[in-house]
Design a protein around this ligand. Structure first.
Ligand code: NAD
Length: 519
C-alpha cells in the first residue's frame, strides 16, 4: 500500500465516521439507509478500489433480499404518511430537508471525490446541483393541478395526477450524487416513496444524502437506499412486487434487463441510457468557442458522461486545423489526483472501464485509425498514482462503421470525422443507434435551427455544450432510452393520470353500455 492509498483510506474513514456510516477503521460500513436507520448489508462482501491508485479502499456488504423487503415496506408506509400532508406542506418539507445539507457540502464533495475518483472541484459543483434539484421540485409540490374535461354528458370529469406508490430507482457510478437527487426529488414531489440502488462502485454518497434529507424533516422511510450488485440487489429491486415504477440510469445493456424485468410484472420504466453524441462544427463557427466546447464536451468527467460529445464532426475545409487545435488543447489539460485543486481531469472510475476504453483504442489503431494525441497513460503523475489514468485522446482517420465511431466509449476519447455540407453533417450525426444529445457550432442562426431540428437527439445545444438544468426535460431516443427526466416532463413520469367522473345531472340515471343515460 502506498502513501496515497493510506491517505485516501484515512480520508474515507474520517468521512464515513463523520456521517455515521462506520465508526472504527476496518468496520464494515453501514451502506444502506432503511426506514430511517443506517444498516450494514447482509450479503456478500463488495470491495471498492481507489480509482486514483488501483489500491484497496474499503469493503461493504451487499444488501440482500431481506433488507430490500424492509426498504419497500418502509417506503409504502411512509408514502401514505407523506400523502396525508397537504401539497404545500410537502413542498415546505422538501425545502427544509435540503437545507440540512448546509455545512456538509465540502465533506460530501470529498466523499464523492475519493470514491468516484472525480476532481474535487467537479464534486463541489455536483453538491450544488443536489440542492438545486430539491428546491426546484419542492416548488412543484403545490402546482400539480389537474384538469377538467368538458365531457358530453352531465358529469363533471376531472383528472388528477396521482403517485404510483413506491418507485424503484437504479443509478450508475459516473455522477452518483447528481443522479440520486435528479430522480429522488421529482419522485417524492409527485408523492411517491422511493427505494434507490446506487452503483455498487459508488455506494455511500446517496446514503448520506438520504440520511441528511430525512434528518431535515422528510417522513421516516420515505427514501430508502439499498446498496449491492446489479444481479443481486438490483435484480431483487426490479422484480419486487411492491415496486410500481422503475427508473433506471445506466448502460443500454442493463437498461434492457430492467425494461424486461418491468415488462414481466407489467410495470412501466424510464430508461436514461448511454450516448454517442455528435458535436458538429461548421466552417463559419467561432473556432475559439468551438474548440473550447469540444474540450468540455468530451474531457469533463474524463469522458464518463452520458452526454459526452464523443463524435466531433468538422466541416472538411477546416478539419485539419480544428483537429490540430483540439489535440493541442487536449494535451494541455491538467490530469491529476482527484483531491488536487488543480486537477481538471481525474482517472477513470474503475479497472473494468479502463480496460474497456484502452482496448477500444487499441482496436481502433489496429483498424487504421490515427491517434492524434493521448491513447496512453498521461505523463507527470505523482508517485503512487497507479490508478486508471488515461490521457485525453483525440482520434482521426476513422470510418463511421468502426467500433470507436459507433459504440459508446465512456472515457476521454473523441473521434474526429470530416463532413462536406449540411446534409452530410446531419446524415453522419444521425448514423447511430443512440440519440441522447448533440451540438451545432455556426454563426448562421437559420442553419443552426435547421440542423438542430433534424438531429435525432433528446438535447441539442447551439454554440454551447453540456448546458443542463433540472428545469428542462432530458432524455433520449432509441438506445439512449425512453421517458424523460427533469422539468415538468420528469415530474409527470412519476404520476399517473386518474380520471374521476361525478354525476351532476338532475334526473341522471346510470346507462347500460355506451348509452347517454336517457334510455
Ligand atoms: P450499468 O448499466 O453497468 O449499471 C448501472 C446500474 O445498474 C448500477 O447500479 C448497476 O448495479 C445496476 N444493474 C446492473 N445490472 C443490473 C440488473 N441485472 N438488474 C438491476 N440493476 C442492475 O452502467 P454504469 O457502467 O454504472 O454506468 C455507465 C452507463 O450509464 C453509460 O452507458 C452512461 O452513458 C449511462 N448513463 C446515462 C445517463 C443518462 O442520463 N442518460 C446518465 C449517466 C450515465
Amino acid at each position: 500500500m502506498n502513501a496515497l492509498d493510506t491517505q485516501a483510506q484515512q480520508a474515507l474513514h474520517r468521512l464515513l465516521a463523520q456521517f455515521g456510516l462506520s465508526l472504527e477503521p476496518g468496520d464494515t460500513p453501514c451502506s444502506n439507509w432503511i426506514d430511517g436507520n443506517l444498516v450494514a448489508g447482509q450479503g456478500d462482501s463488495i470491495a471498492l478500489t481507489n480509482p486514483a491508485t488501483g489500491g484497496d479502499l474499503v469493503s461493504y456488504r451487499d444488501a440482500g433480499a431481506d433488507l430490500l423487503d424492509q426498504a419497500v415496506a418502509a417506503a409504502a408506509r411512509a408514502q401514505l404518511e407523506w400523502m396525508a400532508l397537504t401539497a404545500s406542506e410537502r413542498g415546505r418539507c422538501m425545502n427544509a430537508a435540503v437545507r440540512r445539507l448546509e455545512g456538509h457540502e465540502e465533506d460530501l464533495a470529498q466523499l464523492e471525490s475519493v470514491v468516484a475518483g472525480k476532481p474535487i472541484r467537479d464534486c463541489r459543483g455536483e453538491v450544488g446541483k443536489v440542492r438545486e434539484m430539491f428546491e426546484y421540485y419542492a416548488g412543484w409540490c403545490d402546482k400539480q393541478h389537474g384538469e377538467v374535461i368538458p365531457v358530453p354528458t352531465s358529469h363533471l370529469n376531472y383528472v388528477r395526477h396521482v403517485p404510483f406508490g413506491v418507485v424503484g430507482q437504479i443509478t450508475p457510478w459516473n455522477a452518483p450524487m447528481f443522479t440520486c437527487a435528479w430522480q429522488l426529488a421529482p419522485a417524492i414531489a409527485a408523492g411517491n416513496g422511493v427505494v434507490l440502488k446506487p452503483s455498487e462502485l459508488t455506494p455511500f454518497s446517496s446514503v448520506v444524502i438520504a440520511r441528511l434529507l430525512e434528518c431535515g424533516g422528510l417522513p421516516k422511510g420515505l427514501i430508502n437506499i439499498v446498496n449491492g450488485l446489479g444481479p443481486t440487489t438490483g435484480a431483487a429491486l426490479t422484480g419486487h412486487d411492491g415496486i410500481s415504477k422503475l427508473v433506471f440510469v445506466g448502460s443500454p445493456d442493463s437498461g434492457r434487463l430492467i425494461a424486461e424485468a418491468g415488462a414481466r410484472r407489467l410495470v412501466s420504466s424510464v430508461l436514461e441510457l448511454g450516448g454517442k453524441s455528435a458535436n458538429i462544427v461548421f466552417d463559419d463557427a467561432r473556432l475559439d468557442d468551438a474548440v473550447a466546447g469540444a474540450q468540455a464536451a468530451i474531457f469533463a468527467a474524463a469522458g464518463q458522461s452520458c452526454v459526452a460529445g464523443s463524435r466531433l464532426l468538422i466541416q472538411r475545409d477546416i478539419f485539419d486545423a480544428v483537429v490540430e487545435r483540439v489535440g493541442r488543447a487536449a494535451s494541455q489539460i491538467v490530469v491529476g489526483l482527484p483531491a488536487d485543486e488543480a486537477t481538471r481531469m481525474g482517472p477513470l472510475q474503475n479497472a473494468r472501464q479502463y480496460q474497456r476504453v484502452t482496448a477500444m483504442i487499441e482496436r481502433a489503431r489496429a483498424a487504421g485509425a490515427r491517434v492524434v494525441t493521448g491513447g496512453q497513460r498521461p505523463e507527470g503523475l505523482p508517485p503512487g498514482a497507479d490508478g486508471y489514468y488515461l490521457a485525453p485522446t483525440v482520434i482521426a482517420d476513422v470510418d463511421a462503421s468502426m467500433e470507436i465511431a459507433c459504440e459508446e466509449v465512456f472515457g476521454p476519447v473523441v473521434v474526429a470525422m470530416p463532413f462536406d455540407d449540411e446534409a452530410d453533417a446531419v446524415r453522419l450525426a444521425n448514423a447511430t443507434r443512440f440519440g441522447l444529445a448533440g451540438a451545432v457550432w455556426t454563426q448562421d442562426p437559420a442553419r443552426a435551427h435547421r440542423v438542430a431540428g433534424q438531429l435525432r437527439a433528446g438535447t441539442v445545444w447551439i454554440n454551447s455544450y453540456k448546458a443542463i438544468n433540472v428545469m428542462s426535460p432530458f432524455g433520449g431516443f432509441r438506445d439512449s432510452g425512453f421517458g424523460r427526466s427533469s422539468g415538468l416532463d420528469g415530474l409527470r413520469e412519476y404520476t399517473v393520470p386518474q380520471s374521476v367522473w361525478v354525476e351532476t345531472g338532475v334526473e341522471a340515471s346510470v346507462a347500460m353500455g355506451y348509452g347517454s343515460g336517457a334510455d
